[in-house]
Design a protein around this ligand. Structure first.
Ligand code: AMP
Ligand code: GLY
Length: 425
């Protein structure tokens, strides 16, 4: 097959790496790709927001299959435009991508499908939103309704903080995303992510993962896209995973089909495991980044076959196999991330580290004149397998320590919660 992967992050490097291993993959393009993908695939400099240009590239290059990595093109309907042009595509439709694109859409779906989630109110004006906050008090969670590049959520621990967050939303801090606001109850528990391939009807659960969103050790500091992740998430026992499937994912997928907007692609459920069971925090309509990197290192089946089966509606016939080992990834980012991200510093020593237990996936990198340069906030994802979280962690950090990049930094405690659990056992 001739395949295009859309995107340029560590998630897309991991997807492309997995696809390239398939005997069915004949030619692989990554659009636009990064300094890692160009070593084994052809990077293509087409603007992915220009759907007509993406379609015409695919047609001109006899592409058989397109995999959409990030959320923005899915929410913008790239999948629909590719399918309308007769191309096979791994991506939800624009209508189904509202599960990520609109928090109020997902909340309404939860109501209809009886999916457990935090109690909430949905407001399109500041006065009503403030009245709700005053009635319910802190802690409380304020969410700009639309996509806000991961920045639209405030977990407010005090009433003034909550009122400020409401005010920020309605005064345009998140653009149009903030003109509609979901306010919900604060959920207490441990978070984990559950991934499921969905072909509109059938669902295949993938392993769980847990990420670290805060920038500093000890889960402190501002939120980021994710500074590291590991899989499986110990909190997702077999029993808990079955509850997430039966109480959250299956009813949601069934309701999406009943609404006439079946969900296809990968559903990423952010779950809070509370005293009363699993509750949905949010859906995303794509693989997590960096969660995808740990899933891909554990996957032993043919990734291309799995994604094609999802796109063709043939999931009933596949059962993916994953390694029993733990995978853990450490994100190495440019100093200053997530606030200020100078570009162009040189990274040495990041090549030649890959082996059966280690993969260095690239995110924001670029090659120029034979040099590897940083080109974004999150730059490298050093990913390792191990029999335990502690072993995977030790291998990942040993590889991190061989990278010579003074302008970069990483958290030194990825997986700490899971390592503590192992130590107790
Ligand atoms: P989201 O963008 O919806 O993933 O929210 C970002 C983060 O905010 C989540 O990963 C949670 O850590 C936290 N969060 C969101 N909603 C809630 C909630 N209802 N209760 C507690 N924490 C939440
Ligand atoms: N790592 C969290 C996300 O991809 O949204």
């Amino acid at each position: 097959m001739r395949v295009v992967v859309i995107g340029s992050g560590g998630r897309e490097h991991a997807l492309a790496w997995g696809i390239a291993k398939s005997p069915k993959c004949e030619t692989l393009f990554v659009m636009p790709g990064n300094g890692g993908t160009e070593t084994f695939a052809e990077n293509v400099a087409v603007d992915i927001t220009d759907h007509a240009a993406v379609v015409s590239f695919a047609k001109a290059n006899a592409v058989d299959f397109v995999v959409v990595g990030p959320d923005a093109p899915a929410v913008a309907g790239l999948g629909d435009d590719l399918r309308a042009a007769g191309l096979l595509c791994f991506s939800p439709s624009k209508a189904a991508a509202q599960l990520e694109g609109s928090k109020s859409f997902t909340k309404a779906l939860c109501d209809e499908a009886g999916v457990p989630t935090a109690g909430y109110g949905h407001f399109d004006n500041e006065a009503d939103a403030l009245a709700y906050v005053r009635k319910h008090g802190a802690p409380i969670v304020i969410k700009a309704d639309g996509l806000a590049a991961g920045k639209g959520v405030t977990v407010a621990t005090t009433q003034p903080e909550a009122e400020d967050a409401v005010h920020d939303c309605f005064s345009g801090a998140f653009g149009a995303s903030g003109s509609s606001v979901v306010i919900e109850a604060f959920l207490e528990g441990e978070e984990a992510s559950v991934f499921a391939l969905c072909d509109g009807t059938d669902v295949v659960l993938l392993p769980s993962a847990q990420d670290h969103k805060r920038v500093w050790d000890g889960d402190r500091g501002p939120n980021t896209g994710g500074m590291g992740a590991y899989s499986p998430a110990p909190v997702m026992t077999d029993e808990m995973t079955a509850r997430v499937r039966d109480e959250i994912i299956l009813p949601s997928v069934k309701r999406m089909a009943e609404r006439g907007t079946p969900f296809t692609g990968v559903l990423f459920a952010g779950i809070m495991v509370t005293d009363t069971g699993p509750k949905l925090i949010e859906y995303n309509v794509r693989f997590g980044d960096p969660e995808c990197q740990v899933l891909m290192l554990r996957l032993q089946s043919d990734l291309l076959e799995l994604l094609v089966a999802t796109a063709r509606g043939e999931l009933a016939s596949v059962t993916p196999v994953f390694s029993d080992e733990v995978a853990l990834t450490v994100v190495v980012a440019t100093k200053g991330y997530p606030v200020d991200v100078p570009k162009g510093s040189e990274i040495r020593g990041a090549e030649g580290l890959d082996g059966p237990d280690i993969m260095v996936f690239h995110a924001g990198t670029q090659r120029r004149d034979g040099r590897l340069l940083a080109n974004g906030g999150r730059v490298l994802n050093v990913t390792a397998l191990g029999r335990t979280v502690a072993e995977a962690q030790a291998r990942a950090y040993a590889a991190v320590d061989r990278i010579d990049w003074p302008e970069g930094f990483c958290r030194r405690d990825i997986g700490w919660r899971a390592v503590e659990r192992e130590n107790v056992r």
